[in-house]
Design a protein around this ligand. Structure first.
Ligand code: HEC
Length: 108
């Protein structure tokens, strides 16, 4: 039951992100960039992690995948003592914009 809920919710956000990045405007990515200021401490500038084994790199990854993972942390389907508190307050729109921003960054 929990699993089914997770799948439905995560797929919805992922679907939003995929449709959204296809049509992501500079404003959407810019909003994601503003929201990302709290993420860079761990995930590195532009999502290029300094310590990828501990903090996964996010730059240039598939927006749908990033959105699915973020929704899973937010909804408690994946739990991590560091990451969970970062995701609990995010709206669907925040998740989609953050995913669009990191997907648009060049991996280094
Ligand atoms: C305090 C450090 C910290 C901050 C700040 C942080 N994260 Fe994370 N994040 C982590 C850690 C640690 C993991 C890996 C957790 C695990 O292994 O489950 C992670 C995992 C992730 C993942 C999954 C990546 C994967 O490959 O599994 C995504 C997506 C993500 N973070 C996005 C974000 C976003 C977006 C923000 C800002 C809103 C953010 N994180 C802020 C520490 C942080």
């Amino acid at each position: 039951m929990i699993r089914a809920t997770f799948t439905a919710s995560a797929l919805l956000v992922a679907g939003l992100a995929m449709g959204y990045t296809a049509s992501a405007t500079a404003d959407d990515i810019e909003r994601g960039e503003r929201l990302s200021s709290s993420c860079v401490a761990c995930h590195g500038p532009g999502g290029n992690s300094h310590i990828p084994a501990m903090y996964p790199s996010l730059a240039g990854r598939d927006a749908g995948e990033l959105a699915t993972l973020l929704a899973a942390y937010r909804d408690g389907d994946i739990q991590d003592s560091q990451m969970t508190p970062q995701a609990t307050h995010l709206s669907d729109e925040d998740i989609v914009d953050l995913a669009a921003y990191f997907a648009a960054q060049e991996p280094k």
